[in-house]
Design a protein around this ligand. Structure first.
Ligand SMILES: Nc1ncnc2c1ncn2[C@@H]1O[C@H](COP(=O)(O)OP(=O)(O)OP(=O)(O)O)[C@@H](O)[C@H]1O
Length: 702
């Protein structure tokens, strides 16, 4: 065996032994935690308090077991050798032996691991060598070193192909994997940023925005305990995308992150009806910030609209004039409370006014009786009553205070009174989010009154039949209405990560921000990939209404997915859809993209042949067939008939954002472009999904 190979074998063997010891420690930790969990579950609890404590301990231990299990695959992936000879192993979580000072394994998020990601030959950060370990199951099968201090390689060093290129050569599985072992310096700087406010990450397709977003979520959980305690939320554009990224955080040992689409968060309606489809123009209008103002106006219009109040109390009718009711309404609104809380205040204030009116009325009546008695008999009833009280040993109080009227008792009675409650309900009704949205979208008059900035045609697009199923674009409206009625949602998060953030409308941003009162967020996206509901063309425009200039903007510049050849083929399109955006470069090279032509009648045959050829040439690789949404149903049958359903996924163009395949077959690019407004951006998304090869099937008449 040549010397170099022998060195590699020796280093792999050495690492295998060392890593085996770390894995054994991990196994002990896992076995120990499982045993503790079993004991806790088997312990009988005496009384409610003990039961509660046992329950919390069991939950904590079960979480820890899940965390450990999640991190087991690829547990150890790196090692750094400091100039002084110290070696540290880097892994998905930290492990420490009791008797030792140095950790057996350093969590990748710990400060001690920073140099693993950030050291370069120019800034070696005290490192001599960075080593990547490749594991198969739990055993080391490969090592790869970079020397950072300018020294020559020795027999102990295995300098070769970088681990990044190995990671990038791996076949796509349809689920995103973690890039924890190969995070690049510009990505790591964002992941590890100490900035606790809003970080925005932009970058072209495949630059690792999702990678950064998810590793950032894991870092926040590790480094910002307060945010971690309040929970971390990751928002993605659709269920397909959430499924694609669902394994990344568990594989980093993080199971407590909530993954959701924005629609799933909405309060006020369970879900959008499956049959409810929305035209893109209506969806865009429904996302406009003006809708929030219009909904607020609808709610205000239901709060004591001008007019007086008449309410029967006992035998009496109490009347308040319009000015008095408006004063009470304005006072109730003054605190900026949500509708239902302000309603309670309105009722209390109204009852105060009614009580005062009753007290005044009672005083006047008594005065009148006194005067009548005095004029008929010459007896001053007040003086007689005061003398009686004094004789009984009571202080009658100042003579002009009038007769006893128990204000508090009257108030309490009125607050409980059915007539009063009915009067309040008329003036300031309980409302549901659905009723509020319906009051706007179901009423052309309300649309005209509250949305004067929209044209008549736009308002007509918004009109909905009462009781019609809710659409996805209605959900942020319902959530907005719910917040107007009852205040911010109860569940909020310490940190929110938003992927494909360019998709968010103003109303969706409002939804997100209501759930993140601390304004600690990581937002990643690319405006060249924006869908039809997005009106903003840049971060400043999208975020300024909600955050002002308070965000830290970072840019990723290198694509790790899309090959240079594919990017070159999309440059013209990019220049048209985002002229200000500098094109990214790629570290990958691959085949030149191909274009096939097919008549509509021959499309199925051409596609079937292409899929069969691809599957045969590249067995086991994943093919993404991206097509106009309207063709998806018909093309499913073609995939099945081609016998490649196992390797090929059919994706409607509107759902392709964020996904990735070895090969992308983009069917009917013109159909994708014309299917909906901004279709060229949908096409750009479709064309940039492949890691290796792209084939476009153009449909044209013979
Ligand atoms: N540092 C890295 N090491 C290994 N793989 C990486 C790294 N960074 C990115 N990748 C890979 O590159 C591909 C693209 O990454 P990602 O999906 O995060 O890009 P993106 O910017 O979100 O793309 P898009 O704009 O299309 O949504 C993924 O396969 C990802 O695993």
């Amino acid at each position: 065996m040549p010397q170099a190979e022998e060195n590699v074998v020796r280093q792999v063997r050495l690492e295998r032994a060392e890593v085996a010891a770390v894995v054994a420690l991990f196994d002990d930790r896992l076995a120990d935690t499982r045993a503790q969990l079993a004991v806790t579950l088997a312990t009988r609890a005496d009384g409610a308090r003990e039961a509660y404590e046992r329950q919390s301990a069991a939950e904590r231990l079960a979480r820890e077991v899940r965390r450990l299990e999640g991190a087991e695959g690829g547990l150890v992936f790196g090692r750094i050798d400091l100039a002084d000879g110290t070696a540290l192993r880097i892994g998905r979580l930290g492990l420490q032996r009791d008797e030792e000072e140095l950790p057996a394994l350093v969590d990748w998020r710990a400060d001690a691991a920073r140099a693993f990601y950030e050291a370069t030959p120019v800034h070696p950060m005290g490192l001599r060598r960075r080593r990547h370990l490749r594991l198969a199951q739990r055993a080391v099968v490969g090592v790869s070193d970079e020397l950072l201090d300018g020294s020559e390689p020795t027999a102990e060093d295995v300098v070769g192909d970088g681990p990044l290129s190995a990671a990038l050569q791996e076949r796509r599985t349809g689920r995103m994997g973690t890039a924890v072992a190969t995070l690049q310096t510009e990505q790591d700087a964002i992941v590890r940023s100490p900035h606790r406010g809003v970080t925005v990450v932009q970058g072209g397709p495949g630059t690792g925005k999702t990678v950064v977003a998810l590793h950032r979520a894991a870092y926040v959980l590790y480094a910002f305990p307060k945010a971690a305690e309040q929970g971390v939320l990751v928002l993605g554009p659709n269920a397909r995308f959430l499924d694609y990224i669902s394994q990344v955080l568990p594989s980093l040992g993080e199971n407590d992150v909530v993954l959701a689409t924005c629609a799933e968060l909405a309060v006020g309606a369970a879900t959008a009806g499956p049959e409810a489809v929305e035209g893109p123009r209506a969806a865009r209008l429904k996302g406009d910030a003006a809708m929030a103002g219009a909904l607020a106006a609808v709610v205000r219009a239901r709060q004591a609209p001008d007019g007086g109040l008449e309410v029967r109390v006992g035998q009496e009718d109490v009347r308040l004039d319009a000015a008095e009711v408006s004063r009470v309404r304005d006072a109730a609104r003054g605190g900026g409370l949500a509708h239902h809380r302000a309603r309670r205040l309105f009722k209390e204030l109204l009852v105060d006014v009614v009580t005062a009116a009753l007290a005044r009325g009672a005083a006047e009546t008594l005065e009148r009786i006194d005067a009548e008695v005095a004029s008929l008999t010459g007896i001053d009833l007040d003086r007689v009553a005061a003398a009686d009280l004094r004789r009984l040993g009571h202080d009658p109080g100042p003579a002009d205070e009038g007769p006893g009227f128990d204000v508090d008792a009257m108030r309490a009675e009125l607050l409980d009174d059915d007539h009063v409650e009915r009067a309040v309900e008329r003036l300031w009704p309980h409302l549901t989010p659905g009723a509020v949205v319906d009051a706007l979208l179901g009423d052309p008059g309300a649309l005209a009154a509250h949305l004067p900035e929209f044209t008549a045609e736009e308002r007509a697009l918004l009109l909905r039949a009462p009781g019609a199923p809710w659409t996805d674009a209605d959900l942020p409206l319902l959530d907005e209405a719910a917040a107007l009625l009852d205040g911010p949602p109860r569940r909020s998060f310490g940190h929110v990560v938003v992927d494909e953030a360019q998709e968010f409308t103003a109303l969706q941003w409002r939804m997100v921000l209501r759930r993140c009162p601390g304004r600690s967020m990581t937002l990643v996206g690319d405006f060249a990939q924006a869908g039809p509901a997005t009106t903003a063309r840049g971060w400043q425009e999208a975020l300024a209404p909600h955050l002002g200039a308070r965000f830290d903007l970072r840019t990723l510049t290198v694509s790790y997915r899309t090959t240079e050849e594919i990017l070159a083929a999309t440059r013209e399109l990019l220049a048209r859809i985002a002229p200000d955006q500098p094109p990214v470069g790629s570290i990958r090279h691959g085949e030149r993209p191909r274009t096939l032509g097919a008549s509509p009648a021959a499309l199925a045959d051409v596609l079937r042949a292409e899929l069969r050829a691809q599957a045969a040439a590249h067995p086991g690789e994943l093919i993404g067939v991206v097509c106009p949404d309207a063709s998806a149903a018909a093309l499913t049958a073609v995939l099945t008939a081609a016998g490649v359903a196992q390797w090929a996924r059919l994706v409607p163009a509107s759902e392709a954002r964020g996904l990735e395949f070895d090969t992308a077959v983009v069917v009917d690019p013109d159909g994708i472009t014309t299917a909906r407004p901004g279709g060229e951006r949908d096409l750009y998304v479709a064309l940039t999904r492949a890691t290796k090869r792209l084939c476009t099937v153009v449909v044209r008449e013979d």
